[in-house]
Write a protein that binds this ligand. Structure first.
Ligand code: HEC
Ligand code: HEC
Length: 349
């Protein structure tokens, strides 16, 4: 599993919340010395019926991108971050960049079942999209990281991914003359260090890898999504996620969030609810990349998955008609943004 060593301390340091209020009330769980509690309220069951306009308003994309106070947006930072994001020299072999596994060509994923890192090493989990990461409340399939700044240094150092010790990376960047002025402009008085590197990459991730508004012709499938199929109970709001963790009954042995919350039955096999933007370009699906097509995803939900104590109470056979299933897939496919090519940056030499 990538980045676990790096991230453990962060998990216990952050007071992160967990989902499923409706499932086990206001439980808080002690994890080591830190408290891990609830992140997001999840309303189980169907939302009250409302007009289509009220529903649409819930899914409207926010007008502005949020940036944290300690890493505000500047165009210089974003431009530097983009170069770093696409620069294969951030990996020890100079063979892999962030974009190798989070590529605009694959909806900011990699099109593989599980990520392939250093030395063709297969990772334990599917590379998630970074689409709309600026709005993410918690990161990684098991929610072990709290923000993009913490995240960025993980894959660089992780032996299975880019395998690059951070001191060695600082030395390497110093030998690429065109980087220094870029860091100096983006971070006056700070220059090249791991903190500024992470801040630049995080800024870039917030501004690119986010997309246009939902298309207009998704109406019938949208109604199924919000109604009979109850997808919106978990994939809610404009980015189609509650940032919560649920077991949707996939037959995988990975316990996901359960690793950090062994006492909470509903967290066993629970994974972060992924947002659904760009979903049509992100196959294969799920934390283990085990489902190849959107049709099969819908079939999985229609059957309800493996019945076990940890499975979300929302997961049960849906009885969707063939027509409803194809409408649902049609709706999901409209979540792709129009194809606007991401220009690859010119890298410093
Ligand atoms: C070898 C493939 C690989 C490389 C290279 C890689 N990642 Fe990832 N990334 C993954 C995988 C796999 C996960 C999920 C791991 C997990 O949850 O256990 C992930 C998770 C993430 C997430 C969390 C997304 C979410 O919504 O939870 C972000 C953000 C991210 N990576 C950004 C980056 C950045 C920035 C870089 C470059 C510094 C990078 N990645 C390099 C494979 C990769
Ligand atoms: C109980 C909460 C819940 C409900 C209800 C739900 N989902 Fe999900 N969805 C999840 C979680 C959690 C995952 C990730 C599971 C994993 O990887 O183990 C997921 C994954 C997905 C994925 C794959 C995303 C990716 O990045 O690979 C798609 C597509 C999807 N859901 C669509 C739907 C549709 C369509 C419905 C309604 C028929 C639905 N979901 C209902 C929680 C839910």
């Amino acid at each position: 599993m990538p980045e676990l060593k790096f991230s453990r301390s962060i998990v216990s340091a952050a007071a992160i919340a967990l989902t499923g209020l409706g499932v086990f009330g206001f439980a808080t769980i002690t994890f080591g010395s830190a408290m891990v509690g609830e992140t997001r309220r999840v309303d189980l069951g169907q939302k009250p019926a409302s007009g289509i306009d009220a529903l649409k308003a819930l899914y409207r994309r926010p007008a502005t991108i949020p940036f944290p106070k300690d890493n505000p947006y500047t165009p210089e930072k974003a431009s530097l971050g983009k170069k770093l994001y696409f620069d294969t020299r951030l990996s020890v072999t100079s063979a892999q960049s962030c974009a190798s596994c989070h590529s605009p060509g694959f909806g900011w994923g990699d099109g593989l079942a599980v990520g392939v890192g250093h030395g063709m090493n297969k990772l334990g989990r599917h590379s998630p999209t970074i689409v709309n990461a600026a709005w993410g409340a918690i990161f990684m399939w098991d929610g072990r990281l709290a923000n993009l700044e913490e995240q960025a240094l993980g894959p660089i150092q992780s032996p299975g991914e880019m395998n690059m010790p951070i001191e060695k990376l600082m030395e390497r960047l110093a030998t690429i003359p065109e980087y220094k002025p870029l860091f100096d402009v983006a971070f006056p008085g700070e220059g090249i260090k791991s903190k500024t590197l992470a801040a630049a990459i995080a800024t870039y991730e917030r501004i690119d890898g986010n997309e246009k508004a939902i298309s207009e012709d998704a109406k019938r499938g949208f109604a199924v999504f919000n109604g009979k199929a109850q997808c919106s109970a978990c994939h809610e709001g404009w980015n189609f996620t509650n940032d919560g963790f649920q077991d949707i009954g996939l037959p995988s042995a990975d316990v996901g969030r359960g690793e950090f919350m062994p006492g909470v039955i509903k967290m066993k096999h629970a994974f972060k609810t992924p947002g659904l933007r760009e979903i049509g370009r992100r196959s294969p699906f799920m934390h283990d990349g085990s489902i190849a097509t959107l049709e099969q995803v819908v079939e999985h939900y229609d059957r309800g998955g493996v019945d076990r104590p940890s499975r979300s109470d929302l997961m049960k056979p849906l009885g969707l008609t063939t027509q409803e299933k194809s409408e649902l897939v049609a709706f999901l496919n409209t979540l792709n943004s129009p194809l606007t090519p991401t220009a690859i940056p010119v890298l410093p030499r």
